[in-house]
Design a protein around this ligand. Structure first.
Ligand code: ZN
Length: 277
């Protein structure tokens, strides 16, 4: 079922609505800023309160209007998604709904609604199912809103470009399994943590899987061509990169190397990476 856009609010029959509030934290990795989603009807939930910025939290209060905020849901512990949770909870009286490890890593109090894979958060618009989504970081979950055909992906799938899978948090093998899991869901729309909504979810998930496998092939080709440090491999795989993204790209190469080593397809010798076979 598609949402219909009315005065900046996406609405569906049955009283379901969604408002998007973009935080003022733009950057090369956050794109135009973290997206916080308010979901209704009453009581509402928030998916990713975003950074702890007063302007952003003010905008969330305006977005909520007179509606009651029941729960603050967090996709993962990174500050650009979770740091505003404590202040928003203070202002609204809403309960924190998060994996206990996400709350701990984010420096928040233990969640009043501790989440686990398969759990659901019930609110006025239906319920949000917790889908385990490790890869970007081990404590990442996505939220599936089956009544609306919507998935909230945090940093697992972005509205533009690809998401960052890099050490110490990133795990490419886990990420690919997560994408396969998300591909099984019945979706009409993805609301990412950064960038615009995705109205062809199946195509986007497929594109993401192919993109990771292509990167892996490029890393192997660079190794075969004689590049044997993450920096050399990065220069071959990402030749024309914005300087602000160089260390992220090198981290992404390292994450691929880690996966390939665990599969016995790459080995190290004297701090150099070498293809096996
Ligand atoms: Zn993140």
């Amino acid at each position: 079922m598609d949402f219909e856009e009315r005065d900046g609010v996406a609405v569906q029959p049955g009283g379901r609505w969604l408002k998007t509030v973009v935080a003022g934290n733009p950057g090369p990795l956050t794109l135009d800023g973290t997206r916080t989603y308010l979901l209704g009807g009453d009581p509402c939930v928030v998916v990713d309160p975003g950074p702890d910025l007063a302007d952003h939290l003010d905008a969330l209060e305006v977005g909520l209007g007179a509606a009651e905020l029941g729960a603050i849901c967090i996709t993962h512990h990174h500050a650009d998604h979770a740091a505003g949770a404590a202040e928003l909870a203070l202002r609204s009286g809403a309960l924190l709904a998060a994996l206990p490890e996400s709350a701990e890593l984010a420096g928040l109090e233990p969640p009043e609604i501790p989440l686990s894979p398969g759990a659901s958060v019930v609110f006025g618009g239906g319920h949000l199912d917790v889908i385990p989504a490790p890869g970007h970081c081990p404590d990442h979950v996505c939220f599936h809103w089956p009544e609306a055909g919507a998935l909230f992906t945090g940093d697992t799938i972005l509205g533009e470009g690809s998401s960052l899978i890099a050490p110490p948090d990133g795990d490419v093998a886990a990420y690919l399994s997560t994408l396969e899991r998300l591909a099984q869901l019945e979706l009409t729309v993805i609301y990412p943590g950064h960038g615009p909504l995705i109205d062809e979810p199946a195509e986007k998930i497929d594109e993401y899987i192919k993109h990771r496998l292509l990167r892996e092939m490029q890393v192997l080709e660079a190794l075969t061509a004689g590049a044997d440090t993450p920096a050399q491999i990065r220069a071959r795989v990402y030749p024309d990169l914005d300087a602000r993204l160089l260390s992220a790209a090198e981290g992404s190469v390292l994450a691929h190397l880690t996966k390939l080593m665990s599969e016995g397809r790459v080995r190290t010798a004297d701090d150099r990476y070498l293809p096996v076979g």
